[in-house]
Design a protein around this ligand. Structure first.
Ligand SMILES: [Zn+2]
Length: 291
C-alpha cells in the first residue's frame, strides 16, 4: 500500500527537497538552502586524518549548494555565512574556507555554470578530448597516510589518477554496530572446510556461507564430482566433511578482491593436504615479497 502525505505552506514558505521555497506576493518563487531543525552542522573534522582533497570537497559541496539553491544574493550570503560558521566549529581555518568559497563561487556557482554550459559544441569537444586523456591513465585508490600519500600522489601523477581513502580507524576496530550473526549467515567470505583425513578445501562466496554449503552438499548427494574439489574428494574417498567446523578465513564483499584472496589462501594449503582441484586466481610473484 502506498501512503501519501502532504505539507501545508507556513507564512508563504515550504521546504521541498533541499530547498526552502518562498512564495512572493507577485507569484514568483524564491529558494534558499533548507536544513532540518535537527541538523547538527557536523561535518568531516578538519583535524581528522583525511586527505586535503576530502576536506576541500566538503567545502565545495556546501558552497556550490549555497550558490545553486539560492535565487537571491541575500539568501546566498546568509547561507555562506551559516556554512562558514559551521565549518569554523568543525575546525576549518578561516583562510582555507575563504579561499575555497571564492573559488567555488566562480567555478561551480549557479549562473556561472549555466553560461559555461551554453558555450556550445566547441566547449563540449574540448571536454571530450580532455576526458579521453584522463581515461588513458589508470585510476588507483590508495589508503591515506598523512605526509606519505601526498608525496606518492605527486610522484605518480603523470602515470595514474590517484585518489585516497581513509584507512582503518579505531572506531572500525572497536565498534560492532550489527549483532553477531552465526557463521553460516555471513555473506562475502573466503571459507575453509576440512575432512576427517585432515584435507583442506578453500572456497569463496558472495552469498551466505549457509547457501554455499547447501550447494556443496547437494552436489555430493547427486554424485556430481565435477562440482568442486569437495564433492570430488568426498565421492572418491567417502570421507566426511566437518560442515559445522567451517572456518571463515576472511571477509571480502568485493568479488574481484575475494577471488584474489581465495587464490592466495589455496596456495597456502600445505602440500598434499589440498582438496581443491583448481588453484584459483594467481597473484604475480612480485607481490609475494609482501607476505
Ligand atoms: Zn579426506
Amino acid at each position: 500500500m502506498i501512503r501519501f502525505t502532504y505539507e501545508v505552506e507556513n507564512e508563504g514558505s515550504l521546504p521541498f527537497l533541499d530547498v526552502r521555497v518562498h512564495r512572493q506576493s507577485d507569484g514568483r518563487m524564491e529558494t534558499q538552502v533548507y536544513r532540518k531543525h535537527t541538523h547538527t552542522d557536523k561535518y568531516l573534522d578538519f583535524t581528522s586524518h583525511h586527505s586535503t582533497q576530502h576536506k576541500t570537497s566538503v567545502l565545495r559541496t556546501l558552497f556550490t549548494r549555497s550558490a545553486r539553491c539560492s535565487t537571491t544574493e541575500e539568501a546566498r550570503r546568509e547561507e555562506d555565512q551559516h556554512v562558514s560558521q559551521a565549518l569554523s566549529k568543525n575546525g576549518y581555518p578561516r583562510r582555507f574556507v575563504k579561499a575555497s568559497q571564492r573559488q567555488f563561487r566562480t567555478r561551480g556557482g549557479g549562473a556561472a555554470s549555466c553560461s559555461r554550459r551554453s558555450q556550445g559544441d566547441q566547449g563540449q569537444q574540448g571536454e571530450r578530448e580532455r576526458s579521453s586523456e584522463v581515461r588513458k591513465r589508470p585510476y588507483v585508490c590508495i589508503p591515506y597516510v598523512q605526509g606519505v600519500s601526498e608525496q606518492v600522489t605527486r610522484i605518480l601523477k603523470p602515470y595514474a589518477k590517484i585518489s585516497t581513502k581513509p584507512g582503518a580507524n579505531l572506531r572500525d576496530r572497536v565498534v560492532r554496530a550489527k549483532d553477531r550473526l552465526g557463521k553460516k549467515s555471513k555473506a562475502g567470505v573466503v571459507y575453509q572446510y576440512q575432512c576427517q583425513g585432515g584435507k583442506i578445501y578453500v572456497g569463496e562466496t558472495g552469498r551466505t556461507l549457509g547457501t554455499r554449503e547447501m550447494d556443496h552438499r547437494r552436489a555430493i548427494s547427486k554424485g556430481n564430482e565435477n562440482h568442486s574439489g569437495i564433492s570430488k574428494h568426498v565421492l572418491e574417498t567417502g570421507h566426511e566433511i566437518a560442515w559445522d567446523e567451517v572456518r571463515i578465513v576472511c571477509y571480502e564483499s568485493n568479488w574481484h578482491k575475494r577471488k584474489i584472496k581465495e587464490g592466495y589462501y589455496i596456495s597456502k594449503i600445505p602440500k598434499g593436504k589440498c582438496m581443491n582441484v583448481l588453484p584459483g586466481w594467481q597473484v604475480p610473484d612480485v607481490y609475494k615479497v609482501l607476505e
